[in-house]
Structures are given as structure tokens and as C-alpha cells.
Design a protein around this ligand. Sequence first.
Ligand SMILES: [Mg+2]
Length: 143
Amino acid sequence: MKIIFDYNRTIFNPDTDNLYFGVLNLLKKLSKKYELFLVSRNEPNRKYMLEKLNIKNYFQEIFFLEKKSKKNFQLIAKGTKNVVVVGDSISDEIQIGNQLGFITVRLKKGKFATQIPKNKKEFAKFEIMDIRELENIILNHEK
Ligand SMILES: [Mg+2]
């Protein structure tokens, strides 16, 4: 299974300039069993920040993109549908993941937490309030 993580407001809290509580532990655990990928918009300081956070080794690959698209996610998936997409943004991650038939997990936290999905494609398969809930979703999905 591949897991695609969004960066900003999914694992990283821009309000405190740090990872959300529990992220490090989660990445440590999941990276032992699954292939993890990180997608981030290419914004100033992001690359530098990622070096500082010392989490690069948990990911197979890290992508800095101008804009997230179906094409980017397809390149990561390499043909498999066994992909989980985790993000806080409906338009940037959930919608794209749904269109590709991936399992989508929406982290309802921060700025976009109150956004309301407008149609079926915008509804994540799972909604969580804390990134630490992801582990159980993955474990249950594997059964
Ligand atoms: Mg985000």
C-alpha cells in the first residue's frame, strides 16, 4: 500500500512551525510497512523546513509541486489503486484522490476544517480530527 501525505496542515502546522503532535511516531510506524510519499506546494522555505524537521527518510519520495493534480498522484501510484491519500484540503487532495479511486482521508483541522463538500467527489471516505487516527484507519483497511 502507498500512502500519499499532504504536507501543510496535514503533517505540518504552519501556525506553530512544527509537526503536529504524533506525526513523527506515525511516520516511523507506517514507513516500516508501507510506502510513504509527501506532496507539498512549492512555496518559499518548504524545502528548508523539511530538512530541519528531519523527516525526509520516512518517505520514498517527496514532491514539491506548483499545483497538485491527478497526473501527479497517478505518477506516484504507478497503476495501483491501493493508495491512501491524506490531506486537509478538499480541492487539493480529497477530490483528486476520489477521482482516481483511491482511499481518501480528510484531516479536519485548521483553516479548512469547516469547508463543506459540495458533491460526492468532494466527500472523503474517512474524516479524522487528529492525524494519529490514521493508523487505525490503515490497520482496519488492511483486514
Ligand atoms: Mg494542506
